[in-house]
Design a protein around this ligand. Sequence first.
Ligand SMILES: [Zn+2]
Length: 337
Amino acid sequence: MESYQAFTELLCCPTCKGSLAPEAGDVLRCGDLRCGKTFPVVGGRPVLIDESRSVFHHGDYRSDPAASSRGSESGTAKATEGGSAKATEGAGGKARLWLSRLPSPSVNLSAVRCFETMKVRLLERSAAPVVLLVGGGIRGKGMSALTGEPAIRLINVDPSPDSTASIFCDAHDLPFRDGSIDAVVAQAVLEHVADPWRCVEEIHRLLKPNGIVYAETPFMQQVHLHGYDFTRFSHMGHRRLFRRFAEIESGAVAGPGTALAWAWRYFLASWTRSRALAKALALFGRITAFVFELTDHIFGQRPGALDAASCIFFLGTRSESVVSDGELIAGYRGTQR
Ligand SMILES: [Zn+2]
């Protein structure tokens, strides 16, 4: 992953989209005199966050990630569709580490194919396409088509202070110039933002004409990442979220089997107020629900699966036209006719 300095020509103020200029003391300042906001550069990584419009604050970021005031429970540190917990130090850390090592079917029926499509299309249009990984502080699934292609330049952005992001920013106010990015990836991100419609408007704004977006967003999934979990989308709702994009492909990332496995685990965990017992029950649920998830590899892409999918994806290109609600409804692909 390259330093932010390789992309300075693409960056702008997250508030007014004005130009940024470096100042002494590891600070970037907005060049628009009516704005003039300043942003710290911490450990070589800029914090391009407007504190007045975000739940994240400049004081959250330290040169030493371990010293950051918000730990791994903050922000958009992603919980993946497999539900694997991020191993952390301290109480419960060992249990989570052990849990994360358990075999998991890790159902993802779309990512590998969609990233391959994205790579081919990107290399057709540019010798050095730039791909923005929104919420990319923790690497998403199936991304080797992009990470293994040296011509593709990846920018990793995330608000989580302990992420590996090269730029800290909030997806509601992305600090990139209009029409500057070739493709955007948002895997398991849009459920964790307060206003996903605004975030998708930002993605549309910063993409080049016909720029590509790939998003995976939960549908039938329980709450994860504590208070940072806001919204779910049906296939139809997700398509409407991206109504200013032309569809290449959409469907289920993981189907009803994964949804059933999640529901079973959370059903068991809901029996008790004890966090320790809830974790033990969740572990039992994970072991006993294994077979549910495996069924997605057989049935997860059938029409009926779309009505009960655990997670939905959309792959499309930035468009200047808007898909109407009538067109969306006419395009329903499930089985509830
Ligand atoms: Zn500004």
